[in-house]
Ligand binder design. Sequence first.
Ligand code: PLP
Length: 429
Amino acid sequence: MQHLLETDPELVEVIRKEEDRQKHKLELIASENYTSQAVLEAAGTVLTNKYAEGYPDKRYYGGCEYVDLAEDLARDRARQLFQAEHVNVQPHSGSNANMAVYMTVLNPGDTIMGMDLAHGGHLTHGASVSFSGKLYRAVSYGVSRDSETLDYDEIAEIARKEKPRLIVAGASAYPRTIDFPRFAEIAREVGAYFVTDMAHIAGLVAAGEHPSPLPYADFVTTTTHKTLRGPRGGMILIGKDRENDMGVVAPKSGRTKRFSELLDSTVMPGIQGGPLMHIIAAKAVAFREALQDNFRGYQAQVVRNAAVLAKALADGGLRLVSGGTDNHLMLLDLTELGISGRDAERMLDAAGITANKNGIPYDTRSPLVTSGIRVGTPAVTTRGMKEDDMHTIAGFILRVLKSGGDEAVLASVRAEVREFCAGFPLFSV
Ligand code: PLP
């Protein structure tokens, strides 16, 4: 960072502090991870200088011959990784990816059906504060009160009643395996498009640790920075491309356009301008890493670690929403401890543990307070932590949550966390 140090020492100081935080605290936010140095290097290259509106070989700017190669690498690798016929690697974020899919097949006012934000869905699945709830008529499904898992018969009933034009599966805080064939069946029955947002589980899907939605969904969206461990960004995949059924034809030839063509033109020029070529290059690197054998081992360890951590927390007296986890995350219900998610987040943070407050299904507290905490293992697993370490982490969490906020307990856990983290060094930027 020599040049940055000369130009902007103030900002270097900020970066160093963030680097220090990432090194010395336990990162348990389920949607975060540490990219490799190779990914970071690609993201910090001269590719950021290049305007490349359009797609490889069909750009609106000259001088794109090398960024074309970078985007082709990213697309080819993503196609191979997820067995997809078509992929668009340009969305700047997961939210943009969802917006592009909706705008490809929906008109404003159409009905979309997604998982309730309060039950673990994402803002872009129809929440009233998001474009998805403002532009479209949004209806939601949730988890059953008893099992706290998706009740597919109930989802089918809602779909029959509401007749959505698009159903989206996927979540930000759902600890169980999602049944994509069942969702596809429901969507087919009511004549809806079926979209899966696999942002949280994309790495698990790539490694075979969660069933893939690609054979079942019309479109699959994802972020690239969660379990997939790439740079911050989005992506859209089509498992099996086909001619669109909305009657959109190419003006000159009269040929019916394929969904892939409609999708690409919704991403650009529909909702974005120039792609972030440095980030697309970093995505290419991450996909190459994800194609290696050791990535499968990493994802298997993420899932094993989550299972061990969940059991240790339950053995310590905490209630887990749905009773446990099948994937990389778990939701802790703090009601019986008498503390809110907001309090727990603050106490954990003071003890060097980063996790986020999260509503639990049928939560009676507001989203800013909540009764739960969401905990995930992708980042700590990247650091090399294994099953035994999950017992140590569970011990830290239990001591903090049962401390009643006692400063002495928080300080002693903070010191232990710092020492524990030092045993799992992160590379230096
Ligand atoms: N979809 C899901 C399921 C997510 O959990 C998230 C982010 O948390 C997104 C989409 C949005 O991604 P981004 O923050 O990149 O817009």
